[in-house]
Design a protein around this ligand. Structure first.
Ligand code: BG6
Ligand code: MG
Length: 214
């Protein structure tokens, strides 16, 4: 595929390994709720926004909460998560990220973020890579969460591009589904479960060759 004009990145698990911090925070939340929650259960939560993630955990435990309690568990989880990433810095960028952002920028290829996280702007800032991004679409600005393609469609639209001109980098099944539904070529990164699901699979971003796509 040539003629690529933009790269759209998921955040957690693609640019930085905060996916692990989300998992730990959900484990603690589930434990407090008395619900057992495994690594396999977490796979279905990757890329899924905060509200839908808590709904899925409650479903696993066959539990319901009042709307006040639901809200307080969202705050509880986010506090654990934020505490666990308090020292996040540029050193936490995953392999190949910085080089690819620099290369894309120097080649005039646009760069966008398509993340379900409401913490995304703060995290980009902490990682010191905000300046590379031509557009940031995050969990604060979408109506329909992944696996709906809205987050990536909004990114392409903001850049004035057609999905066929953009690549989407994802570590989650929900995100690859969103990319495919939106008509984007999906690049699965760092999650072997995506090997036969994404259009292209990479162990990490050092394996990506931008020259082959522009
Ligand atoms: C996604 C993560 O990027 O963002 C999920 O893959 C997370 O694990 C979701 O639940 C929402 O993040 P936040 O930071 O808004 O709670
Ligand atoms: Mg992700």
């Amino acid at each position: 595929m040539a003629n690529v004009k933009a790269l759209l990145f998921d955040l957690d698990g693609v640019l930085v390994s905060t996916e692990k911090n989300h998992f730990i925070a959900w484990c603690e939340t589930a434990r407090t709720l008395g619900i057992s929650f495994s690594k396999e259960d977490n796979e279905a939560l990757k890329g899924v926004n905060r509200v839908d993630s808590l709904k899925q955990i409650l479903k696993l435990g066959n539990k319901t909460l009042s709307s006040e309690a639901f809200e307080s568990f969202l705050v509880f989880k986010n506090k654990i998560y934020l505490d666990s990433i308090s020292t996040l810095s540029e050193a936490d960028l995953l392999p190949g990220v910085h080089a690819l952002l620099r290369q894309a920028q120097s080649m005039g290829v646009k760069i966008g973020l398509g993340s379900s996280s409401k913490n995304a702007p703060m995290i980009l800032d902490r990682l010191g890579v905000k300046r590379f991004f031509d557009v940031v679409i995050d969990g604060n600005g979408v109506t329909y969460p992944k696996p709906h393609p809205e987050v990536f469609l909004n990114g392409a639209k903001a850049l004035g591009l057609d999905p066929s001109e953009c690549l989407v980098f994802e570590d989650a099944l929900s995100g690859v589904t969103a990319a495919k539904e939106g008509g984007f070529l999906s690049i699965g990164v760092g999650n072997p479960l995506l090997q036969n699901v994404a259009d292209v699979y990479l162990n990490n971003l050092t394996e990506f060759r931008l020259e082959a796509y522009v």
